[in-house]
Structures are given as C-alpha cells and as structure tokens.
Write a protein that binds this ligand. Structure first.
Ligand code: SF4
Ligand SMILES: [Zn+2]
Length: 340
C-alpha cells in the first residue's frame, strides 16, 4: 500500500459515527498537572472538549494523530458545549494556568462556534492567569483572536502544531496540511494580537532514523525560536488508528528513546534563544511511548520534567545507564529508522 492510500484508509477507519446528545454533553477528559508560569511552579488545569474534531483528520490526518477517535463525528451545538463547560467548571479549582484542547482547532468555527469560544474563555477570566488553546494556523487570524483577547483578562497563549521546520518532513512524513512557513506566519499574527505563541515540535516522525529525528528537532528549535515564546518537544507515542500504529504493529517503528529527548533538549537549549524549551512526554516509559530500557526510565523522565520546569538543562548532563550505549550505537548504525 502506498503511504498516501495508507493514510486515507486509516483516516476513514478511525472516524466515529455521529454521537448522541448524551455523549455530546460530556467533555473528553480533564486533569491537573504541574507547569511553570513566570518562573513559578503552578498547577495547570487541562480540559479536552468533545467537538467535531480536526477537519484535516477526516481528509488524511497526520501520521501520528489519533485524536479523531475522541470526537463527535458531527459538530457540537452551543448548548452541548455549554453543558461540557458547566461540567468542567465543577472540576476547576482556580488553577492559574488553563489549557484547552478540542482534538483539533479551538478557532475552527465548525468545532467551537465564536459565541461558545467567547463564553468558554470568559468563564476562566479573573480566575486563571494564562489560558492556552491550540489551533491550526489558517484559523489564527485577527478576527478570531481579538474577541478572545477582549474576553479574557489574563494572558492568552496560542499553541501551533508546527512539528518541524523541514517542509519535506512535514508534508511527506507527518502529513500536515500546510508548510512550516504558514505556522511561522501564524505565530506572527498571534503575537501581533497580543498573545503568546507556542510551538509543538514532533520528535521522531515515521521514516526518520533516531539520529535524523534528533537533528530535525534541534534544527527546528533554532529556526523557530525567534517566532515563538515557547517550544515543546513532543516525542511520538503510538495512538490508535494512526499510520504510526500501522507501522509499529508490523515492527517498522520504535517510539523514540528517552535518551533522544535528553539529547534534543541539551542541543536545543544552545539554540533556543529567549524562548522556553520544554518536554513533557506522554506515555513516557511505556512500550507505546518514548522509553529506554525500563530500569532508568523513571529517573530520566523525572530529569526531563525538572529541566523543562526550571530551564536548567545541566540537570540532564549526569544521567547514565548501560542502555545509553545501545541507544548511541543505534544512532550510529541504524540503517532505516527501523527496529524489530
Ligand atoms: S495533529 Fe493536529 S492537524 Fe494533524 S490531524 Fe491531529 S489535530 Fe489535525
Ligand atoms: Zn536504561
């Protein structure tokens, strides 16, 4: 099967049937995690709303993204979104940092209509100091950003899934719908609207070797640093219903080593300029997430998180384990980015 037809087959198979009203009144998930805000450690409230999800996931979708499975298969009505918000506020305890996700773009009217967007942002006004949401670059326009700036008294942060500054890697391996230049332009519009811009960078898209993946992230940090206030290195974890899972099941993809995150952060720290550089790996230490040998995973993950929170990357210098040599040898000799 060609990569193109594989991507479209996977996209078709993961799409859910249109959901009932009962499902649409419930958000996907909410939790509290540790974060840093203006040099201070704070608690962050993370909320995933249930919406129609990313339009691009219907057409082709990105090779590592399975978020379409958490969507409604149709648009949520304003009343359904208000019910989700009401339930979420019942779990919210004035955490100073709020992160909103929709399994797509908060600024896409098909996912969250403009009135609901303002109501959601306003609900956290005066309670949260910073509110983050994610969007594709084409929706980050002045007309969508300005009402939200006016509705929220604190700081807005707009996250863009840039993934890589290499146009070939982004189009052919990640399968994004727009080139890196559009993400950089969107970051400029976000900043012009008075918000902070954050980029997600993907560590180890399929078809790259481990060492190519590290080099791709480090180069991307350097090339994106001037456009973004924060850069988050997101190592691939295997999500259901994705091209990456298809390859993983056939022994043709290994999630990145934690050593690769360590290396990407150490080298990236030297070229990040004034932007924050962080990594909070999902599914770290698990077979389907970034992992090492199993014995050192907890210690390495803790160091990655600490360095991300306080930006002291020298914390990563003294880490070691016998598996580090296996990783280094793999980086030197791995022929195709493939491990059985
Ligand atoms: S990674 Fe983002 S753009 Fe790509 S399919 Fe997932 S939600 Fe859509
Ligand atoms: Zn180890």
């Amino acid at each position: 099967m060609s990569p193109e037809s594989l991507a479209r087959t996977v996209a078709r198979d993961r799409r859910p049937e249109p959901a009932s009203g009962a499902d649409a009144s419930r958000f996907v998930n909410a939790w509290v995690e540790e974060e840093a805000l203006d040099g201070e450690r704070v608690r962050a409230f993370v909320l995933i709303l249930r919406t129609r999800g990313c339009y691009w996931a219907d057409q082709k979708g990105c090779s590592m993204c399975g978020y379409a499975r958490d969507t409604l298969g149709r648009s949520a009505s304003p009343a359904e979104l208000a019910q989700q918000l009401g339930r979420a506020l019942g779990r919210y305890h004035d955490e100073p940092y709020v992160k909103l996700y929709t399994s797509g773009s908060f600024l896409d009217d098909r996912e969250v209509d403009p009135g609901s967007r303002e109501a959601i942002v306003r609900a956290f006004g005066g309670r949260a100091r910073r509110l983050l949401f994610e969007t594709l670059p084409e929706f980050a326009v002045e007309g969508a950003l300005r009402p939200l700036r006016e509705a929220f008294a604190g700081e807005l942060e707009v996250a863009l899934g840039l993934e890589t500054t290499d146009p070939v890697v982004l189009a052919r391996y990640v399968h994004k719908n727009a080139p890196p230049s559009e993400y950089l332009a969107a970051a400029g519009r976000v900043r012009a609207a008075g918000a902070k811009a954050k980029a997600y960078l993907l560590l180890k898209p399929p078809y790259l070797t481990e060492s190519e993946a590290i080099a791709d992230v480090v180069r991307s940090v350097g090339e994106a640093a001037a456009s973004f206030d924060a850069l988050s290195v997101n190592p691939v974890h295997i999500q259901g219903g994705t091209v990456v899972e298809w390859l993983y099941r056939r022994g043709r993809y290994r999630p990145p080593w934690l050593w690769s995150i360590v290396e990407a952060l150490r080298a990236g720290a030297a070229v990040r300029g004034a932007s924050r550089l962080v990594s909070f790996p999902t599914a770290g230490g698990l077979p389907r997430g970034p992992h090492n040998c199993g014995r050192c995973d907890a210690e390495v993950l803790a160091a990655i998180e600490e360095a991300s929170l306080d930006q002291r990357f020298e914390r990563l210098d003294g880490l070691d384990c016998p598996c580090r040599e296996s990783w280094a040898a793999g980086c030197r000799f791995e022929p195709l980015g493939v491990e059985a």
